[in-house]
Design a protein around this ligand. Structure first.
Ligand code: ASP
Ligand code: MG
Length: 471
C-alpha cells in the first residue's frame, strides 16, 4: 500500500515515543508499503516557540537572559530525544549535528526578533517552523537507526508550495501535485523513507509559511492527495474519533466509520482530533483517512470515507465547546431595520474575532453569537466604540460562561423529530437553552447552555441517542 503516516502530539513527546513511531513505520516498510511520514513538532514545542517570541517583543523583555534560558531548555529536550530515539552511534552523531545547526538558526532568529521588537506574521511563521524542523530529523534518524534509509525534508522541500498568507497559508495544489510527486517518488525509488515536516510550507520563492495551528494533519492530507496514496493515517494518542469527549462522558465509544463531511463538522465543533481543513484534500481525491492510536495501532481506530454503510445512526457524536461567550445585540429599535446583521458582523470581522455560532429570532429583536471567551472583550469593545461613533443605540449583552453543545450526524438530514428529541432531553433534565442554531446542511444541531449545565447536557444526549451502544 502507498501510505502517508502522520505523527503528532503525545506520540512525539519524547525520544522513546519517537522510537516507537519509527518502529511502526519500519514494520510497514518491511511489509512492502511505500510510506511517506509527516511529523509535527515535539508536544508543546510550537506553543513554547510562540510564547518566547511574544515575550521577546514586550517592552520589559530581557533577551540576554530569556534567549539563553529558552535555548538551554529546548536544546536539552531535543538532544535527549536524539539519545533516546537513536541507538546507532553514527546516525546519532549525524542527527545531533543537524539538530545543533537548526538550534543555532533558531537562536539567531530569536535574537533578530528581539532586536526588531516586533513579530510580523512572516517572522512568526519562521520561528514556529523550528518545532517541526527539529523533530523531523530525529524521527528520520530513528528510522535509519533501525536499518532503513530515511531522509528528512521540510514541507517546502517536499513540494508544499503555498500562497503568502502567513500564519494561515493556503496550499497551491496544482504546483504541489507536480512537485511532491517528483520529489517523493524519487525518494521512494531509492527505497528510502521520506520524513516531512508537517505544518510548514513555503512560498514559490522559498519563504517559510505555516498552514495554521494544528496544520500537520493538513500537510498529511495535502501530500496524500498529491501523491494519490491508498490511505492517510493520522497517528495520535486517542483511540479514534469518539461519540463524545471521554473526559466528559466516560461511556463514550470510538466511532468506527464516519463520512468526510461528518468528520469535518466534528473538527469544527471542537473534537480536537483533526484539523478542520484536512478532510478536503482527502475528500476531493476519495482517499480514506484513518485516525489511529500510535500506541495501539492495530486497534482499528476511526475510518473516514465518503459513505460509511451504517447510515442508521442519526446522531454520531455529541461535542461540547467550553470557554466561549455569548454576545447578544438587541433592542426594539432593531426590528425591521435592514442590515443589522451586516453591521454587527462587519464590526466583529474587522476586530479580527471569529464567530462560532449565530442565531437570530424572526422577530429580529435580537441577534446572538458565540465567540471564544478570550476574544469576548475585544468583540465587546469593538461593538461599543463603533456603535458610539455611528450613534447606534442597540443594547449589547454578554453571557461570559456558556458552552456550545452540538449533536452531529449526517443521518439527521431529513429525519424528522431529531430536534424534538434533543430539546426534549434538555427539558426533562431541567437544562435551560440559551440559543439554538441548525445549519441548513442538517448535519448538526447546536445550542448554547450555561457552562454549569454543559456536562450534564452532553451525557443526557449521549444516552438519549444510545451512543454508548454503537458497535
Ligand atoms: N506544531 C504545530 C502546532 O502545534 C502543528 C501541529 O502540531 O499540527 O500547531
Ligand atoms: Mg494536531
Amino acid at each position: 500500500m502507498k501510505l502517508v503516516i502522520k505523527f503528532g502530539g503525545v506520540p512525539v513527546k519524547d525520544g522513546e515515543s519517537i522510537r516507537n513511531d519509527a518502529e511502526f513505520v519500519v514494520s510497514r516498510y518491511k511489509k512492502g508499503d511505500q510510506v511517506a511520514v509527516v511529523t509535527s513538532a515535539m508536544a508543546g514545542v510550537t506553543d513554547q516557540l510562540l510564547n518566547i517570541a511574544n515575550r521577546l517583543i514586550e517592552p520589559q523583555a530581557n533577551p540576554e537572559r530569556q534567549i539563553p534560558d529558552f535555548m538551554r531548555q529546548i536544546s536539552v529536550r531535543h538532544f535527549q530525544a536524539c539519545q533516546d530515539a537513536i541507538k546507532n552511534k553514527e546516525v546519532l552523531s549525524r542527527t545531533t549535528r543537524v539538530v545543533k545547526e537548526t538550534l543555532d538558526l533558531l537562536e539567531r532568529a530569536l535574537i533578530g526578533v528581539s532586536y526588531l521588537g516586533e513579530l510580523s506574521p512572516r517572522s512568526q511563521d519562521l520561528i514556529l517552523s523550528f518545532g517541526e524542523r527539529l523533530s523531523a530529523p530525529i524521527l528520520a534518524g530513528a528510522i535509519e537507526s533501525l536499518g532503513v534509509p530515511s531522509r528528512f525534508l521540510t514541507g517546502f522541500e517536499a513540494g508544499i508550495i503555498t500562497d503568502d498568507h502567513f500564519t494561515e497559508a493556503r496550499p497551491l495544489m496544482d504546483r504541489i501535485r507536480k512537485l511532491a510527486k517528483q520529489r517523493i517518488n524519487k525518494i521512494w525509488a531509492d527505497k528510502e523513507i521520506p520524513v516531512i515536516t508537517g505544518f510548514i510550507g513555503g512560498t514559490k520563492d522559498g519563504i517559510i509559511t505555516t498552514l495554521g495551528r494544528g496544520g500537520s494533519d493538513y500537510t498529511a492530507s495535502i501530500l496524500g492527495a498529491a501523491l494519490g496514496v491508498d490511505e492517510i493515517w493520522i497517528m495520535t494518542d486517542v483511540d479514534g474519533i469518539m461519540t463524545a469527549d471521554p473526559k466528559v462522558e466516560p461511556k463514550a465509544r470510538v466511532i468506527k466509520a464516519i463520512s468526510y463531511i461528518e468528520a469535518t463538522e466534528l473538527a469544527y465543533f471542537g473534537a480536537k482530533v483533526l484539523h478542520p481543513r484536512m478532510i478536503r484534500p482527502a475528500m476531493d481525491t476519495n482517499i480514506p483517512v484513518r485516525v489511529l492510536n500510535a500506541f495501539k495501532p492495530n486497534q482499528g481506530g476511526t475510518l473516514i470515507i465518503r459513505k460509511p454503510n451504517r447510515a442508521k445512526d442519526i446522531v454520531k457524536s455529541i461535542t461540547m465547546s467550553r470557554n466561549v461567550s455569548l454576545i447578544t445585540v438587541g433592542g426594539a429599535e432593531m426590528i425591521g431595520v435592514p442590515g443589522v446583521a451586516a453591521t454587527v458582523f462587519d464590526i466583529i470581522g474587522r476586530a479580527g474575532v471569529k464567530v462560532l455560532m449565530i442565531s437570530q429570532s424572526s422577530s429580529q429583536a435580537d441577534i446572538s453569537f458565540v465567540v471564544d471567551r478570550k476574544e469576548a472583550d475585544v468583540a465587546l469593545h469593538a461593538l461599543r466604540s463603533e456603535f458610539e461613533k455611528r450613534h447606534i443605540d442597540w443594547n449589547i449583552n454578554c453571557e461570559r460562561n456558556v458552552s456550545v453543545i452540538a449533536a452531529i450526524g449526517a443521518g439527521m438530514k431529513g429525519t424528522p423529530g431529531v430536534a424534538a428529541r434533543v430539546f426534549g432531553t434538555m427539558g426533562r433534565n431541567g437544562i435551560n437553552i440559551l440559543t439554538i442554531a441548525q445549519g441548513s446542511s442538517e448535519l448538526n444541531i447546536s445550542f448554547t447552555v450555561d457552562e454549569r449545565d454543559a456536562v450534564k447536557a452532553v451525557r443526557a444526549l449521549h444516552s438519549e441517542f444510545q451512543l454508548d451502544r454503537i458497535d
